[in-house]
Design a binder for this molecule. Structure first.
Ligand code: TTP
Length: 194
């Protein structure tokens, strides 16, 4: 962390997510934002491996375009219910379908993070993930329709935002809240100190 605090290291967040940007600013160090543009592909079946794979693909895209030394951070968030991986909804119908599945049940939110260090001509790649369990209150069809109409679900894994109106339907949470929002910042802070 000393390197970070002395601002000796260039840090690049390979994400377009404003939530990730906000959470990363908690580290108190300067960083650049350079969203990954690449198409990500999942070949892993286990959710914990799939999110780390996606996070690594995002970091790899930016690492390939970055000259010189830098630490590149990639992240990806997915929701898992009944062994199904739920990403961002394709459209409003898809969002309603996901919320219909999640309501009144427990699901898992996984965020994978990749720390890609480029320095002195060598590269070091480290990935980790965090899992948070979330239990939803029941939602009526009317509530689901109204919630989807707010637009909030449309850019979020599992079609909800715990930090927004979606939080009204969260009965329990076990694990890191920030992990659900898209970046497990406490774990990242500790990983960066290793
Ligand atoms: C479950 C949940 C997800 N999310 C968000 C976190 C992620 O931004 C998003 C999942 O999509 P991601 O593909 O992980 O990330 P992104 O497309 O927003 O950004 P980028 O790929 O450029 O890094 O869902 C919330 O904001 N709140 C929640 O409660």
């Amino acid at each position: 962390m000393k390197e970070l605090e002395k601002k000796e290291m260039r840090i690049i967040l390979a994400s377009a997510s404003p939530r990730r940007r906000e959470l990363l600013s908690q580290l108190g160090v300067e960083f650049e934002v350079c969203p990954s543009q690449g198409e990500e592909k999942i070949t892993e079946h286990l959710p914990e491996l799939a999110v780390m794979q996606l996070a690594q693909q995002k970091a790899a895209d930016i690492a390939g375009k970055t000259e010189g030394d830098a630490w590149i951070l990639g992240a990806d968030t997915i929701v898992v219910y009944d062994q199904k991986i739920l990403g961002k909804p394709k459209d409003e119908e898809d969002a309603k379908r996901m919320l219909g599945m999640l309501q009144n049940h427990r699901h898992q939110v996984y965020t994978g993070v990749c720390i890609w260090k480029k320095g002195n001509g060598s590269e070091e790649i480290r990935c980790f993930y965090e899992k948070t369990d979330v239990v939803f209150y029941p939602m009526t069809e009317e509530e689901i329709t109204k919630y989807v109409a707010t637009g909030e679900p449309m850019d979020k894994a599992g079609s909800y935002g715990i930090q927004g109106i979606g939080g009204l339907y969260v009965r329990e949470i076990h694990g890191d809240y920030n992990n659900v929002v898209g970046l497990p910042i406490a774990r990242l802070y500790h990983e960066l100190q290793k």
